[in-house]
Design a protein around this ligand. Structure first.
Ligand SMILES: Nc1nc2c(ncn2[C@@H]2O[C@H](COP(=O)(O)OP(=O)(O)OP(=O)(O)O)[C@@H](O)[C@H]2O)c(=O)[nH]1
Length: 291
């Protein structure tokens, strides 16, 4: 970790983790190490963890997405992925059709914000190329916000303090789900890493919804690999809009605000993952979770 020391000099600081490399064997000792770091510093606004270019963000996200009750001083704010606009297509195409995925898919699927870098090298070659790349990225993860950049020069307010894992902040989540592209997933294959959206007006039964979700996330009942899931829920016998967030097997459903009187209540759940079966997801939700 590199911090600014006296007179702006950069001081390199290492925190040794009991479990070794943070990218591969990360455990909650990472959280302890970060908490120690926070305590030792007088003022620390943000911590940026840069994984290796080949890391799958899933273990980090799972470890850092902490239960509120732990009252930790560190909090996962968002996952930012830098995409090389010049090489993305090549990297995705390389494994298309095979059963394994390059890390590029995971890094896009888990991202809350995507910095599409080196756009200068692409836009001069072809005018529609950047839009095509955006479509490609949104097919994998329709919730990610894409920021164009040259040499990663971005407005820091666009990547810091985004509160992407804050389930209580319904407005942000709702806006995100609202914006989420109406997904023409029919042309994509189940085997692609992609986004699927469920919209349903019938109210849900909370207990039944938990069981439905646990069967998908924990028991892998339909053989789907869900990486990320976000949603808003209209719960029976409750005047509160509930929000849903999941990272791999971890999930959280919390009440977050009152539904307005005139508001049209709806359930909207977005799944990002591999082997997602749209019809099964939609039908099983209707059959098993709604009232
Ligand atoms: N034209 C252009 N060149 C860039 C841009 N960003 C980085 N480069 C150059 O691309 C080369 C490789 O840089 P990166 O792709 O960032 O490689 P890196 O930082 O080693 O990558 P990681 O190890 O994955 O962090 C360097 O010569 C950079 O100066 C950009 O936006 N436009």
């Amino acid at each position: 970790m590199i911090n600014e020391g006296d007179k702006g000099a950069l001081v390199e600081e290492w925190v040794e983790l009991a479990n070794g490399c943070i990218c591969c064997t990360v455990k909650h000792s990472l959280v302890q190490a970060l908490e120690q770091l926070v305590q030792r510093k007088e003022r620390l606004d943000h911590i940026l963890l840069e994984t290796t270019g080949l890391a799958n963000p899933a273990p980090l996200a799972s470890v850092l997405w902490l239960d509120e009750q732990l009252e930790s001083e560190v909090k996962l704010d968002s996952i930012v992925t830098v995409v090389d606009a010049k090489n993305l297509r090549f990297q995705l195409d390389e494994h298309r059709g095979s059963s394994s995925f390059p890390e590029a898919y995971f890094q896009i699927a888990f991202a809350d914000i995507i910095i599409l870098n080196k756009v200068d090298l692409v836009s001069v070659e072809s005018s529609g190329a950047l839009e095509e790349l955006e479509v490609e990225i949104h097919n994998i993860n329709s919730l990610a916000e894409i920021i164009h950049s040259v040499r990663c020069q971005v407005d820091l307010s666009k990547i810091l303090n985004r509160q992407a894992y804050d389930t209580a902040r319904a407005t942000q989540l709702e806006a995100l789900l609202e914006e989420s592209r109406s997904l023409s997933t029919k042309k994509l294959h189940d085997s692609d890493v992609r986004t699927i959206c469920i919209c349903e007006t019938r109210m849900i039964n909370l207990d039944k919804t938990r069981i439905w979700l646990e069967e998908i996330l924990w028991e892998k009942k339909y053989d789907m690999d869900v990486y990320r899931c976000k949603g808003v829920l209209s719960v029976q016998n409750s005047d509160q809009l509930h929000t849903l967030q999941a990272v791999k097997e971890l999930y959280e459903i919390v009440p977050s605000r009152k539904w307005e009187k005139e508001e049209k209540r709806i359930n909207k759940i977005v799944f990002i993952g591999h082997n997602l079966k749209e019809d099964i997801l939609i039908n099983s939700f209707r059959d098993r979770a709604t009232c």
